[in-house]
Design a protein around this ligand. Sequence first.
Ligand code: FNR
Length: 390
Amino acid sequence: MGRTYNVIPVAPADYRRRAEQRLPRFLFDYIDGGANAEITLAANTSGFRDIVLRQRVMRDVSNIDTSTVLSGEQAAMPVILAPVGMAGMMARRGETQAVRAANATGVPFTLSTVGICDLVEVKNAASKPFWFQLYMMRDREVVKDLLARAESVGCTTLAFTVDLAVTGLRHRDLRNGALSQSVRAKAVKAWEIARHPHWLLDVAVQGKPHGFGNLSDRVPDPTRLEAFTAWVASQFDTSVTWKDIEWLRSVWKGRLLIKGVLEPDDARAAVEAGADGVIVSNHGGRQLDGVASSISKLPGVVAAIGDRAEVYMDGGVRSGVDVFKAVALGAQGVLIGRPWVWALAAGGERAVTDMLAVMRQELRIAMALSGVNRIDEIGRDAIDTAAPFA
Ligand code: FNR
């Protein structure tokens, strides 16, 4: 164990370090990693670092208000917890802990199709409506059934993910033997589990059942990553086109956001197919390695559809200042993926709540020092395009 530099985790990077200590390596890497050489994963965060802000002074900033409207609902700040599959393997009944933290903060939580806790369990933990994320499955009856369940527990917004026609190749999963059933791979996994007694007790023993809640009657043995990947390959529908969005639109009466759009043309097609908005995303650098950072693609999508649909983004948001930058470039709000899962693994609901509180405080301070009081006052002029070192 190395020297402990900080006793109180503050930023996502602090929670990440703790998550790394607490989780078996194959689970930590499943969250942390990206596709192939992780070029896009790195670009997502460096894209934010490259944006330079303008400091504004002598404005009355005595009434800072971070609240906003996200997909028609009031929220404490323009942040949403992104759908993350298998979050319930990172902490006991992880999705229920996360939804409570989101509710306490006043931001939406999104339940993944492949969450460990199902829609009903999350609803029972939640005090407010949450969002549901869907992958298109070959069997449309399964899809209809999931949507009916989502509606019956009060989900108002559906994020339909379109950037996973096939699953990206994540080298870390391969290196860890996470996708293999060989004797060696099994031994490595068993050793990693034995080395992490806290996780073993909290999740492996007390956090059961470990199935994919929403699909528990369909996935063969969901606790094994390789079984999951095989199931995804066989069931996720690679033939999906915009026509299917029109079908989805006719089945789902709530709000519909298309997640995983980077190109302006695709954003226009999404709106034409009936979506209420899009989420500019490259799946956190986990799919096509080599595509641009999400934040660099945001302005193009905003220019294409921003006047008639909502535009959200995710990928690389690691602070309240990043939230500010995305809003300045036209995002209605941002989704955070790894940060909430690192916090969840590091310290459960409390840690997620604490991390969100720091993010909100950072946003508040960024607003004050940029001279704005309200979210809708954050605009392009907050960005310093003429900065000498930009
Ligand atoms: C994801 N993401 C994801 N997206 C989705 O639509 N359904 C899912 O089940 C998952 N599962 C998933 C698992 C893990 C471990 C990660 C890290 C991500 C993508 C996620 O919603 C989001 O787009 C990215 O995580 C955003 O990037 P950051 O915030 O992690 O940099």
